[in-house]
Design a protein around this ligand. Structure first.
Ligand SMILES: [Zn+2]
Length: 199
């Protein structure tokens, strides 16, 4: 993001708009998103005992989690391929549909969706380990995570200084309880997952 955009972001999350994204801005942004989340939170914390109770086993070569198809309110694109529906874990599919309905209201036409970067879809189900991890499964293996606009919001790209994911998109996810990696881990801003904040 440009400095002026970071100032606007800081003002939106209720902290001093000085253009410097430091610990106070990070904390304010996370609190801003947590304040939008439903209470009680609809999803368990990643890695908690409740997590497996709720979502069950991760997918692998022999097993796929129970899934549900949702029809999107607008068309997104996987490369050049139009995507009009998604399969997600049955425990968070309706929630993901509501995220997209919120996005459709926030960005009422394809031009505004394009400029927000939300037409670029980079995948949901992928039964794999986390990148740079030998023993920890990615949330994508449970079909409870989605990647959007990866080209500008990469795994090693710092958000918001170098990545572009708008706070408004993160708010649409937060209102359904989804975590935004950009806000909560400071990178990988393409990534959103249906789990509760750790605290
Ligand atoms: Zn991801």
């Amino acid at each position: 993001m440009k400095r002026s955009e970071i100032v606007r972001l800081q003002e939106r999350v209720g902290t001093l708009g000085d253009g410097f994204w430091g610990p106070m801005s990070i904390a304010a942004c996370q609190q801003h998103l947590k304040n939008l989340m439903p209470s009680p939170h609809p999803f368990p914390v990643e890695g908690s005992p409740e997590f497996i109770d709720f979502f069950g086993p991760h997918g692998d070569k022999h097993y796929s989690p129970p899934r549900k198809k949702i029809i999107l309110p607008f068309t997104i694109y996987y490369g050049d391929k139009p995507v009009k529906s998604l399969w997600a874990h049955e425990k968070c599919a309706d929630s993901l549909l509501r995220v997209f309905q919120r996005l459709a209201e926030m960005y009422p036409d394809q031009a505004s969706r394009k400029s927000a970067g939300i037409l670029v879809y980079n995948g949901l189900y992928n039964p794999r380990l986390k990148r740079n991890s030998w023993n920890s499964w990615s949330m994508h293996a449970w079909m409870n995570a989605i990647d959007i606009n990866a080209g500008r919001n990469g795994n090693k790209t710092a958000w918001p200084v170098n990545a572009s994911m708008p706070i408004e998109v993160m708010e649409c996810f937060a209102k359904e309880g989804w975590l935004s990696a950009g806000a909560f881990w400071g990178r990988d801003a393409m990534h959103f997952q249906a789990t509760a904040p750790v605290s």
